[in-house]
Each structure stands twice: as C-alpha cells, then as structure tokens.
Design a protein around this ligand. Structure first.
Ligand code: NAD
Ligand code: MG
Length: 391
C-alpha cells in the first residue's frame, strides 16, 4: 500500500490523482491533502477519502473546513509549515506535487529531503530552482517521476528508468505542443482574446493558469526548461513540434534514426497512474486509443513571432542563474493580471520580455537567491503593468 500526500488536491491534477486512488484502493491511500482556498471541494475530499491530515492556505479556510468535517478522523491544519510537514510525514511514500506555480517549490523540496517518491506536476518549482532542485534529488536518492504528459512520455521513451544514463544514444528530444486554442489565429485577433477564450483548451481540461500558459505557449517554454533540467540537456537538444491532436505526447530520437514516441488519449490520468505505479502499470479507465478513428496526425513548426514566450524561455535558460525564476515570476503576475482583465492577451509576453530584459540576473548559489529573484521579479512585473510600460 502506497501512502499519498496530495499537494493541490482541489485542482485538476488533484482530481485525476484522486480518480486513480479510487480505482485502486488496494494499492493507494490518501494520507494527506492540501488546498489553498477551496473549502467546499476539500470538504468533499475529506469526507470521501478520510485523510489523516488536511492543510489549507489560511487559518480561516482551515476553520471553515474543520466545521464542515466534524466527526472525521482528520487533523485540520493551515500554512506553509504544515504543508512542508505533510510532505515529509512518515506515513507518506509518494508526494504528488500538484500545487499551481512557484508556491509549490517549498513543500516539494520538503518531500525530496524526506526521501519520498516525487511525482512532479508542478513544473514551476523545477523551472525556477533548476540545478538546486536536481541536486537535492540526487543527494537524497529520490525517485523523481515527471507527471507533465510530455516529460512522462520522454521518460517512457528513454532507454531505461534512469533519465540520462544512455544519453550518448539520444540525438534529440522532440517536445510536442498542441499549439493551444489560438494556433491558427492572426495577431490582430489574438489581441482581442478574453480569459474565457484562453481558458478553453482544445484537448486538455486543466487549471486556469496552465490553460493560459498553453494559449501563450509559455507552458511549452516552461516545459522546455523542465526537460533541460530533468534530462540533463540544453534547448539545442530539444525540438518543439506543434502537434494539434495531442496524441503523441513527445518523442525521443536516437542516433541510428529510430524515434520512440509515447501515445495515448489526452488524459492526465495516464501519466499520473504511470508515476504512482512505476515500475509497474495499472488500469486508468481512459478509453483505449483508436488510431483509425483519429485517422490523421498533423505536425508543424511553432510560430515564434505570434508566440514569443517560447523564445524567451530558451533565452532564460541560456542566460542561466536567476533568469528562469525571474521569467516564471513575471509570467505568474502577468497571467493573473490578464485573468483580472488588467492587461490584454498579447501583453503577457510583452511583460515577460520587459521584465527579463530589465531584471538584474544573478548566479544561484542557494535557494534564497531563487526566492529573492521571485519576489524581485514580481515587484518588477507589477510595476511594469501598473505603469503600462509594455504599451
Ligand atoms: P489548478 O489550478 O487546477 O489547481 C491548483 C491547486 O493548487 C489547487 O488545489 C489549489 O488550491 C492549489 N494552490 C494554488 N495556489 C496555491 C498556493 N499559493 N498555495 C498552496 N496551494 C495552492 O492547477 P492544475 O491544472 O491542477 O495544475 C497544477 C500544477 O500541475 C501546475 O504546476 C501545472 O503547471 C501542472 N500541470 C498540470 C496539468 C494539467 O493537465 N492540469 C498538466 C501538466 C502539468
Ligand atoms: Mg505538459
């Protein structure tokens, strides 16, 4: 029986993880769960799964949750320390890191330092802390399984379980992208995009922030950096290919001309179940892939003029140091401002570019450097937005 700590239980990845736990109660049990504000959904989760511990983002949310869950055996807690503590709890075998954004970094590190299997959905934590994150993984001899569908596909298509071990045989990583809802739109039309339109992804049902990132291709930019850290490569070793059907989830190209791909219907339950059951496999209830029904798979190059975020991410990687934390923070602020209708869709990439160009990038020697860069870049991005500097 594997004990699961589910960070970000009320989100989209949280839901799919709970689906897999429900399908296999003989294999997985929910030991603890966290959510930021969504008391009602968290109360449903507590009633259904009866975790030992539940952590909310504020004292108020914790109190509300506790009053909705009277009689349950759960301990109701709140705040950053409680979050770190559930990730490191002795009863936990696996930590599903599914908090949205940079906020996921600290508890994920707590799980790593406690030697738990890490199921990494929260790409922002790896993107921002990069080498320090991977050093902690190595130091604590932790099994890190990528949950992001593309990285999960790459992991499955690499020669064996330890990413990087047969690197000499790999010639390219091919990172696929759906292209998002505005793949074929003109820049003029993209300028008018609303949050509602941007949140409607053609193939995947996801949280708001990653949906917007998918629409601006910042998600692919973050994933490019994520792939570089995970598989010890640089952006020069990764080709991004737009594949609108999202059936091939990514590929690995070998020196002999072989290309291995992982395919499946676009449903996050597949990579989640892979991570939870690795090195075995379990059923997911996802419909079998019918290639005859799909009939055609299409591919095209990404358009860096309409989607400059992808280029910004590669630039940030080559700049190194705190550049990736700076870009990620600027993007989190810009996406939040777009969702509040304070800036337009195309302004997201403009804010990101301005902040990355203006920021003072420094070497990352310790985790504090990453947290400082995050705070600094958030202030810079807010300033750029308030002053309308990007117009
Ligand atoms: P979501 O918005 O649906 O859920 C986010 C979860 O994190 C919620 O439970 C929320 O309560 C919690 N949360 C948000 N802000 C928080 C904070 N400041 N402190 C503590 N908890 C907080 O997001 P999602 O779509 O499930 O994505 C979660 C992570 O997984 C993201 O990093 C995303 O990039 C990654 N991911 C998601 C998908 C997907 O299909 N949804 C695919 C690949 C990767
Ligand atoms: Mg992905």
């Amino acid at each position: 029986m594997q004990g699961i700590c589910l960070l970000g239980a009320t989100g989209s990845i949280g839901q799919s993880t709970l689906d897999i736990i429900s399908l296999h109660p003989d294999k997985f049990t929910l030991v603890s769960a966290s959510a930021n504000e969504n008391v009602d959904r968290m109360a449903e989760i507590c009633h259904r799964f009866k975790p030992q511990r539940a952590v909310m983002g504020s004292e108020n949310a914790r109190d509300q949750l506790a009053s909705k869950c009277q009689g349950l055996p759960t301990s109701f807690e709140w705040g950053a320390e409680a979050l770190d503590s559930i990730a490191a709890d002795a009863e936990v075998d696996q930590v599903m890191a599914a908090i949205m954004g940079f906020a996921g970094l600290k508890p994920t590190l707590a799980g790593i330092r406690a030697g738990k299997r890490i199921l990494l959905a929260n790409k922002e934590s790896l993107v921002t802390a990069g080498k320090l994150f991977m050093d902690e993984i190595a130091k604590h001899d932790v099994v890190l399984l990528p949950i992001d569908s593309e990285h999960n596909a790459i992991y499955q298509s690499l020669p064996q379980s330890t990413a990087g071990a047969h690197k000499k045989d790999v010639s390219k990583i091919i990172l696929t992208a759906s292209g998002g809802p505005f793949r074929t739109w003109s820049l003029d039309n993209m300028a008018t995009v609303t949050p509602e339109q941007a949140c409607k992804h053609p193939n995947w049902s996801m949280g708001q922030k990653i949906s917007i990132d998918s629409a601006t291709l910042m998600n692919k930019g973050l994933e490019l950096i994520e792939a570089c850290w995970l598989f010890d490569v640089t952006p020069n070793d990764v080709d991004v290919v737009v594949h609108p059907e999202s059936i091939i989830h990514s590929m690995v190209s070998y020196v002999d001309g072989s290309v291995l791909a992982q395919m499946g219907n676009p449903d996050m339950k597949i990579p989640i179940a892979y991570g939870m059951s690795w090195p075995d496999r379990v059923e997911t209830s996802v419909a079998p892939l019918s290639l005859v029904d799909i009939a055609r798979l299409n591919f095209e190059a990404p358009d860096l003029v309409r989607f400059p975020n992808l280029k910004l991410a590669a630039d940030a990687w080559f700049t190194g140091g705190t550049a990736m934390a700076v870009l990620n923070a600027a993007n989190e602020v810009a996406v939040a401002a777009f969702l509040k209708r304070q800036i337009g869709f195309l302004d997201i990439a403009r804010v990101n570019a301005l902040v990355l160009a203006d920021a003072n990038i420094v070497t990352v020697n310790a985790l504090e450097d990453v947290f400082e860069a995050d705070q600094y870049s958030r202030r810079l991005a807010l300033d750029v937005i308030t002053r309308g500097q990007f117009l």
